[in-house]
Design a binder for this molecule. Structure first.
Ligand code: GCV
Length: 720
């Protein structure tokens, strides 16, 4: 598909046809490579007129292929691959693959194992651009970085760039099932076509390209609620085929597995991690997998959480459960990512405390090839959560981040919410674990506690939808995750701008309003869904519409009222010392900031507040709620207006899809506002402040509507 497009593009350019409109269905993501303006073309060509490589390898071929594709699209000039250095040559390779690069004697130390150096240089009297790295993968990442410079219209005449990823494992977690449903997928079916594999669909290569363009280097193919049939030989052959397809793009494969696999896959009577037969089984299982996939990455495990089996079933700890797998994969260079997302219906104490309570006593007990994978917040990917108190509390454990790219709790594919700002908020949070300046980012990248095995995982939002992510703006979340996994210090705004320029246009009058929409969008969702630190008040089962009166999921113990605690006195979960004392899991300075009643972002997360209590805004809690919910709706209306103003500046296909979704978002923001306010008013009994409309319908109406919406959503998506 892309090839056809680019051939057409080249033909158009040869005919002087640049500017002729092309179909835009979103398939090409941010790798569109549309022609640069005639005025800018000459200066870019001066930096990249011909390609000069060296010896080849699958990864270097991928780099060369991308450079050819990108430069052809951008500059309209099929690049000859030469060997001679001339003005405008783009030299790429490693000292091992290219004698010219070896001869340059560049200091490649800053590139590290996977990074790159991009330099404008004079070689033998010719002005050239050099993309060099210590390894082939770095060259590939450098190629994408160079193309991004042109795509975003940066000056490439005096480049002196060195860049290396800050996390070792930069990984997507696909919660995909073997029947091709995805646990929380809103973009069609799972990408992995099991009945077609081991034949490789061209889409698999484009998936790998997209990930490599961001520096992502790993993928977990299957859901953490794992179906162990994936370990059968016929499936493993298919997994191996994907591993082969992704390898040139630097992507390693991992699989989710269950602690009970020795029973289900191995036919043993127990899965006790200390049982000698179980230990031997894990070893032989690892040997079997590595025989099929020699560079297999390792396992991702959810244990003793939400009904999943785990070591505690045998009175063993999470660390002992991880150990048996860690020793099995270690001789092969493999790792285990052990999730800290744990809670169970029996635990009626504050659910937000559970992971910290369970994992902190295990600090230092995990093997050195185990990463404990921690969700950004203590609960579950809510529109806003404080950072998980586990960050900073495990100095002797490799701790990695788990973000959710798929918008399970932020409006699925239809609502526009750019998550870069949310992740930036978490990464910048100061844990104070080693005094001020101990940001979550510095813990995750290993700097604070001196760890070298580091990682960032993102629960993927990809599927078979033509646009990959269910909406055009959801692509930005995949993009932002990848960029932050490479460098957690990047700003969400810069990432949004970079994405917009590549995805839509470099024209400032287009870039500015789109970036502004993106930057405000997550807070807008927070305001019309769950302002002031509210959380988990979704309608029965779907995690989509409002349901403060209802249960959050099919698990009857975790109803929404558990989380918001609305009563005649007020609203919010008292997590102070007088309540669950979850706040004590943070460093004292952080605890004080987070639970301060003036910190409105987390007000109701940490406090039960009286309905009439005056807040720092000067409004009572009730008035503030009305104000926030209403403001959320107003801001969606504004987003719609801003988007409408872009009609004609954005191609029709992507314009229309986004416009349709924004219309849905506006109606549903109103639904959220009215349903939640009707519910909370039934407790507060206070009047609506002047100028603010009461819901048009009584509470019963919204409950009924919620039930119908949930049913519709279930029918449409098959979700539970
Ligand atoms: C994969 C939440 C989601 C589940 C998910 C779970 C987890 O509970 O709703 O779908 O299961 O988190 O992260 O394991």
């Amino acid at each position: 598909m892309n090839i056809v497009r680019n051939v057409m593009l080249a033909l158009l350019l040869l005919c002087g046809g640049a500017g002729v409109a092309q179909a835009e269905d979103g398939y090409e993501l941010w790798l569109r490579y549309r022609p640069v303006e005639a005025t800018a073309r000459a200066s870019y060509l001066a930096a990249a007129r011909t390609l000069v490589g060296g010896t080849s390898s699958p990864t270097l071929d991928a780099a060369q292929g991308e450079l050819r594709r990108g430069l052809t699209g951008l500059l309209g000039r099929p690049q000859a691959t030469g060997t001679a250095v001339a003005d405008g040559a783009l030299l790429y390779g490693t000292p091992a693959s290219s004698t010219i690069i070896a001869g340059l004697k560049l200091d490649l130390t800053p590139a590290g194992e996977e990074g790159y150096v991009i330099r404008s240089m004079t070689v033998d009297g010719h002005s050239v651009t050099v993309i060099a790295a210590n390894n082939d993968k770095g060259v590939l990442y450098g190629a994408f970085a160079f193309l991004r410079l042109i795509q975003t219209r940066q000056d490439v005449t005096a480049l002196a760039i060195a860049s290396a990823p800050q996390h070792k494992i930069r990984i997507l977690n696909h919660w995909d099932n073997l029947d091709r449903n995805s646990e929380r997928g809103y973009a069609g079916l799972s990408l992995w076509n099991w009945s077609q594999l081991p034949q490789i669909d061209p889409r698999m290569i484009d998936y790998a390209r997209a990930n490599a363009s961001l520096g992502l280097n790993a993928t977990v193919l299957n859901n953490v609620n794992a179906d162990l049939r994936i370990y059968r030989p016929e499936y493993l052959a298919k997994v191996a085929a994907l591993a082969d397809a992704f390898r040139p793009y630097g992507i390693k494969l991992y699989l989710s597995i269950l602690s009970s696999a020795p029973i289900q896959v191995g036919g043993l009577k127990t899965a006790d991690p200390l049982d000698p037969q179980v230990i031997a089984w894990w070893k032989s299982e690892a040997d079997r997998i590595y025989k099929a996939i020699p560079d297999f990455g390792g396992f991702l495990v959810k244990a003793n959480s939400e009904g999943m089996p785990g070591p505690q079933d045998y009175g063993r700890t999470q660390a002992e459960g991880a150990h048996v797998m860690a020793v099995a994969v270690k001789p092969h260079g493999g790792i285990v990512m052990w999730r800290a997302f744990v809670y169970s219906p029996e635990n009626r104490d504050d659910r937000a405390k559970k992971a910290h309570a369970e994992f902190v006593p295990l600090d230092g007990k995990f093997d050195d090839n185990v990463l404990v994978q921690i969700k950004n917040g203590p609960l579950d990917f809510q529109p806003r959560e404080p950072f998980s108190p586990l960050f900073g509390a495990l100095p002797n454990t490799n701790a990695m981040m788990e973000f959710q790219i798929t918008k399970e709790y932020l409006g699925f594919a239809t609502h526009l919410a750019y998550l870069g700002t949310m992740w930036e908020e978490t990464l910048k949070s100061d844990t104070q674990a080693r005094g001020p300046g101990s940001s979550v980012a510095k813990i995750v990248n290993g700097q604070l506690f001196n760890h070298t095995l580091t990682g960032m995982a993102g629960v993927a939002n990809t599927g078979t939808a033509e646009n990959w992510s269910g909406s055009i703006f959801n692509q930005a979340n995949w993009y932002a995750f990848g960029r932050l996994a490479w460098d957690p210090e990047l700003s969400a705004r810069d990432i949004a701008e970079e994405w917009t320029r590549q995805t839509f246009s470099n024209n400032a009058t287009t870039v500015r309003p789109i970036v502004a929409m993106m930057m405000g969008s997550r807070q807008t969702v927070v305001d019309y869904m769950m302002p002031l630190g509210l959380n988990m008040i979704f309608g029965n089962g779907t995690h989509y519409g409002p349901g403060p009166w209802d249960e959050i999921s099919s698990r009857p113990d975790w109803r929404a009222p558990y989380y918001h605690k609305a009563d005649a006195n007020g609203l919010g979960f008292n997590r102070q010392a007088s309540g669950s004392n979850a706040v004590a899991q943070y460093q004292p300075g952080v605890a004080a900031q987070l639970s301060d009643r003036d910190n409105l972002d987390y007000l109701l997360w940490f406090n039960h507040v009286g309905w009439s209590e005056q807040l720092s805004t000067g409004r009572s809690l009730w008035d503030e709620l009305v104000y926030r919910y209403t403001d959320g709706v107003t801001k969606v209306k504004q987003m719609r207006r801003n988007w409408t103003a872009l009609r004609g500046r954005v191609d029709g296909e992507r314009y229309n899809l986004t416009a349709q979704y924004l219309a849905i978002q506006e109606a549903e923001a109103q639904w959220w506002r009215d349903a939640c306010l009707a519910y909370f008013q039934s407790f507060s009994k206070l009047p609506y402040p002047k100028g603010y409309a009461a819901p048009a319908h009584p509470l019963d109406y919204y409950k009924g509507l919620d039930a119908r919406k949930n049913l519709d959503a279930k029918l449409a998506t098959g979700l539970n």
